[in-house]
Design a protein around this ligand. Structure first.
Ligand SMILES: Nc1ncnc2c1ncn2[C@@H]1O[C@H](COP(=O)(O)OP(=O)(O)OP(=O)(O)O)[C@@H](O)[C@H]1O
Ligand SMILES: [Mg+2]
Length: 248
């Protein structure tokens, strides 16, 4: 299963008579990564829920690899801020769960699970339960659980928002590695300008119900980005674009 291209074409979402997304169009090439940033309430979570077919457009269409999306796509993983782990299962069992449900042979289940635990840097805590690990580790386990199924599309809604600064940076670095692998089409919603730049090949700036600006990010995938002057300049640029979109 290759990473799928995503297209939103003139998508409008209404909750009763309130328009939350209006005529929104967006294209994300397969295997690329897109950051979505914008003020609270502008419709970011709604956009992700639409891409997962949890919400049906009032008008317009979402396409995966050119095919209209009609129901929740099985090869899409959506991860929220609140970890969503099963408290009665260990980290290992949480990560292995999907593979078990899909009835992978036991050896393959085990190998894949170990690979993911390594990749997310949580192999040393694999036998602990969610209440015995930190917020950052919980989020890594939740992401690991989704990645185990090799989703072609990965939707992340503010997954680092609840973490302290250092934990956040370390998880961002892991997510940047995942984005650079091009194994998934990745779309992440964030309130952090730095995170948008670290993770997104494309950065989409939203304001109430629409896309204000879309920019390509030439810094995506560069090493030691955080400490480079170009990163700082890009942060200033994105901040200005965000402010331009705000009502005075
Ligand atoms: N189920 C719902 N019914 C009615 N209105 C809703 C519903 N869900 C969200 N909204 C409204 O739609 C708008 C967009 O909400 P959404 O959650 O997509 O914003 P957001 O950009 O993700 O905000 P935040 O950054 O705070 O998470 C808000 O005005 C919100 O109040
Ligand atoms: Mg939201």
């Amino acid at each position: 299963m290759g990473a799928k291209a995503i297209q939103m074409q003139d998508v409008t979402i209404k909750y009763e008579d309130k328009t939350v997304l209006e005529n929104l169009s967006l294209e994300i090439a397969g295997g690329t990564s897109c950051s979505i940033i914008g003020p609270s309430g502008c419709g970011k979570t709604t956009l992700l829920n639409t891409l997962a077919a949890f919400i049906k457009p009032t008008c317009g269409t979402v396409f995966y690899d050119g095919l209209p999306l009609v129901r929740y796509p099985e090869d899409t993983a959506i991860i929220f801020q609140d970890y969503s782990l099963f408290p009665w299962k260990t980290v290992y069992e949480n990560v292995a769960l999907g593979l078990k449900m899909k009835k992978y042979p036991p050896k393959e289940q085990h190998d894949k699970t170990l690979h993911i635990l390594e990749r997310l840097k949580i192999r040393d805590i694999q036998n602990r339960y969610p209440h015995q690990i930190s917020g950052g580790q919980k989020q890594r386990a939740a992401i690991g659980r989704s990645l185990a199924l090799e989703p072609s599309v990965l939707l992340l809604d503010e997954v680092t928002a609840a973490l302290d600064a250092m934990t956040k940076e370390s998880l961002q670095d892991t997510l940047a590695e995942i984005a650079a692998s091009r194994e998934h089409t990745m779309i992440q919603v964030t309130h952090s300008i730095e995170e948008a730049i670290l993770l997104g090949q494309k950065i989409v700036i939203m304001q109430t119900g629409r896309i204000a600006t879309e920019i390509e990010n030439p810094l995506f995938g560069q090493e030691n980005l955080r400490t480079s002057p170009a990163f700082y300049e890009m942060c200033v640029r994105v901040r200005q674009l965000l402010e331009e979109g705000q009502p005075q």
